[in-house]
Design a binder for this molecule. Sequence first.
Ligand SMILES: [Zn+2]
Length: 412
Amino acid sequence: MTYTLIYNGTLIDGTGGMPIPNAVILIKDNQIIDIGTEDSIYLPEKEVKRIDANDMFILPGFIDTHVHIMANGFKLEDTMYNPLSFYFYRATENLRDTINAGVTTIRDAGLADIGVKKAVEEDLIVGPRMLISVMPLSISGGHFDRYLNSGFDMRETYPGLPESICDGKQEVRKRVREILRAGADFIKVMVTGGVMSVNDGPDETQFTIEELKVMVEEGKFRNDTKVMAHGHGAEGIKNALKVGVYSIEHGTYIDDEAIQMMVDQETYLVPTCVVIKYNKKYAEAGELPEYSRKQAIEIVDIHEKNIRKAYEAGVRIVMGTDCGVVPHGLNLEELRFLCDIGMSPEEAIMAGTKHAAECLGMDDKIGTIEKGKFADIIISKKDPIAYIKSLGNPDNIVMVIKEGKIIKNLTN
Ligand SMILES: [Zn+2]
C-alpha cells in the first residue's frame, strides 16, 4: 500500500466549482481517497509520500477524445518508406509526448491496434490510458481509401489492423464485426470526405443511411459500442445523426438543422480545432500535399463560425484535437481555441476533463479530482483560469500523475 499526499496547491477539480486554495489530496495506490485541507484530512500512520505543489495549480489529467497515436503527419508516401515496426517505436515517443502534455487518457480515432493499448496497460511503455477504434470505416474512394487513382495502393493493413473499405450493408456489417473482434472500444466511420484526402473533398457525403444504420445497430448488439463519425459536410453529418451516432468529429459545415438534432439527441461534438488551425498554418507554409492545401485554408473561418453556433445552441462539446495529423503534445492548445468560440476557461477545462470523461463513458473513474476516482492529476505552473493558453505549452505542466504513478516531474 502506498500513500501519496499532494499539498500546497490550488485545486481546480474539473467539476466547474470554485478553485480551492491550499488543497490537499490524499492518494492510496492508484485512487484518490480524500480531499480537503491538511488538518481536515485523516493521515494514515503509515509512511506517506509528500508532493509539494509549490503554490501551483492542481487539475485532473486531461482527456483527448480524438488522437491518432500511430500517425506523424498524414503523408501517404510514408507507408512506402517506413517499415511496419518503425511505426510502433515512433508511437512510444508519441505516447510520451501526449502524457507529458498533461493528457492521461486518449480515444484513438484510428490506426492504433490493441497491442499498443495492451503495452500501455501492462506498463511496457509510458502513455495515456487508451480507448481505440482500430480502423475507421470508409467507402471505396472515401476519406480513408488510400488506393490512389494512379493505381498505387497505399492502404495499410496487417494482422490486428483490419481493412477499412466497405461498401453495401453486407460488407459494412462484416467490417464492423472484424473491427470489434480486433478490440475496438468505439466504431469510427468517415461519413464525409476529408481535408487530407486524396480522392475526395470535405463536404462530400459518404455511406448511405442504410449502411450507417448497420454500424449503429451492430454496435448496439455488441456491448453497446458507440459510433464516432468523422464529418465535415452537413448532409453526411445529418445522415449520421439520423441513425443516432454518438459523436460527430470536426463538424465544419454543420448547419442549423444538424445543430438542432445534436441538441435534441445529446450528441457529442468534437471540433478538433487544433488540427483545423494548424493545418492552415502548414498549408500556407506549403507543407501540406497539394491536394489538401486549398481546402485546409478555406475551412478555418467556416469551422470557427459554425462551431461557435453549435456551442451557443447548447451542443455538448468536448476536447479532441486530431493530434497525429498535427504534432503530438499540442493537445491542450485545444482549450484556448474552445475559449475563442465562446467558452469560459472553466468550461474549456470541463470540456477536456469531466465532459470528455462522460463522452467516453468513464466518468465514474476519471475526469475530475474526486474521492474514489483514479489519481490522474497534473500540476500546472500557471493559473489556467487566468491564462488558459498556458496549458497548451507542455513546459508549464510540471507534474503528471497517472493512476497514482508519477510520470513527469519537473518540480525539483
Ligand atoms: Zn482524425
